[in-house]
Design a protein around this ligand. Structure first.
Ligand code: MG
Length: 369
């Protein structure tokens, strides 16, 4: 037995894996690699909670039988995540990943979730890498593996972060190709931002307060004013914990209220039906495509609307989410468009409409230039 093989089995034993560890050929390339890439934002990104100029995301690359699978984790401080914690969690899943049959991804997910609980973005990276590999091995795009019509992908909004009126106007001009915009509010300059947007465009708007309004009367006042300004929906107007206040709001406004920070996985959805009209699903919150699919089914059973959103991320995870987009009502998959140096190619946007790759798996490729 080689030293590395002995080390591998020792790690597997420490990790307490159930079942036999399958042997790997000695000439196998490392089948599981992680790396951190710093993604620089085109504009400083400000929402009600915080500001940032870059995002450190974690990438997973798996390979077997000459087929490669890519995954990405976009850690979010809102959920106690960081690149360091994500890397540590992924390292703990290494023996499981290296020793398992990747076609058994449903069972595999249950096993890696014992490690990724609390760092759901790490689970998302594993889930998309495995499904990318499965699709690659079968030679079909993920939307096809899911039984969907890829040409039914919806339009995506383009998000305008909180900024000075001049910069907001500039951002809105840059987004002229998008038929619907998503506007971030929730600080003290909401009226100023909306006025700046309306200086440039009359297009429909969706608004995200990111839990920014902590008083239900203030929130009601703001939403009623947004309704009169041609806003289609409001996302997470109040903090996730203020469920009763949000239900109170819902009885008094006409536009749909969508939960974002209030929902991570399928188990969160039933209690939200009393206060929200829909949910915003993100792979980083759900822990991947498999749970996102479950969330779609649960939300539909409760007659709720579905938005598919994202964090600031590369084309790896944006493309992964886009493969589910034929199933949903509102896409907000622009995280890759907000960064200046996307290391990958994948889903594209044609006058706002998502264009899903026809290539197997996720259909993403590393950018070579
Ligand atoms: Mg949101």
């Amino acid at each position: 037995m080689t030293t590395s093989r002995r080390e591998f089995l020792k790690t597997a034993a420490v990790a307490g894996l159930a079942g036999p560890v399958r042997s790997l050929r000695a000439d196998d390339r490392p089948p599981f690699a992680t790396s951190v890439k710093r993604l620089m934002l085109k504009h400083t990104w400000t929402i009600a909670r915080n500001s940032s100029d870059y995002k450190d995301n974690v990438f997973v690359r798996i390979e077997r039988d000459g087929v490669v699978g890519w995954g990405e984790a976009a850690p979010n401080v809102r959920y106690g995540e960081s690149a360091e914690k994500t890397l540590a969690v992924l390292e703990r899943t290494r023996p499981l990943l290296e020793s398992s049959d990747w076609f058994e991804y449903v069972d595999l997910r249950r096993r890696w979730e014992t490690f990724t609980k609390g760092q759901t973005c790490a689970g998302a990276a594993l889930d998309m890498a495995i499904l990318d590999w499965v699709g690659g091995k079968l030679g079909v795009p993920l939307w096809r593996l899911f039984g969907l019509d890829g040409s039914k992908a919806p339009i995506t909004t383009f998000s305008i972060g909180i900024d000075t009126p001049d910069v907001v106007r500039q951002k809105v001009r840059e987004a002229a190709d998008f038929p619907v915009l998503k506007i971030k509010v929730g600080r003290d300059n909401d009226a100023e931002i909306l006025a700046a947007v309306r200086d440039v465009t009359d297009c429909p708007l969706r608004v995200d307060a990111n839990e920014g309004w902590r008083d239900k009367h203030l929130a009601l006042d703001r939403i009623q004013w947004l309704q009169e300004s041609g806003v289609e929906l409001i996302e997470q107007p109040m903090p996730a914990a203020m469920l009763d206040e949000t239900a109170w709001l819902r009885d008094r406004v006409t536009i749909p209220i969508i939960a974002d920070e209030a929902v991570k996985g399928a188990a969160d959805i039933p209690k939200l039906a009393q206060a929200y009209d829909g949910i915003n699903i993100k792979l980083m919150k759900s822990g991947g495509l498999q749970e996102a699919m479950r969330m779609i089914h649960v939300a539909r059973a409760l007659d709720m609307r579905i938005m598919l959103g994202c964090m600031i991320a590369s084309s790896v995870s944006i493309t992964a989410a886009a493969h589910l987009s034929p199933l949903i009502d509102y896409a907000d998959l622009d995280g890759n468009l907000l960064i200046a140096d996307d290391p990958f190619l994948g889903v594209t946007v044609d006058r706002g409409r998502l264009v899903l790759p026809d290539r197997p798996g996720l259909g993403v490729a590393e950018r070579t230039t």
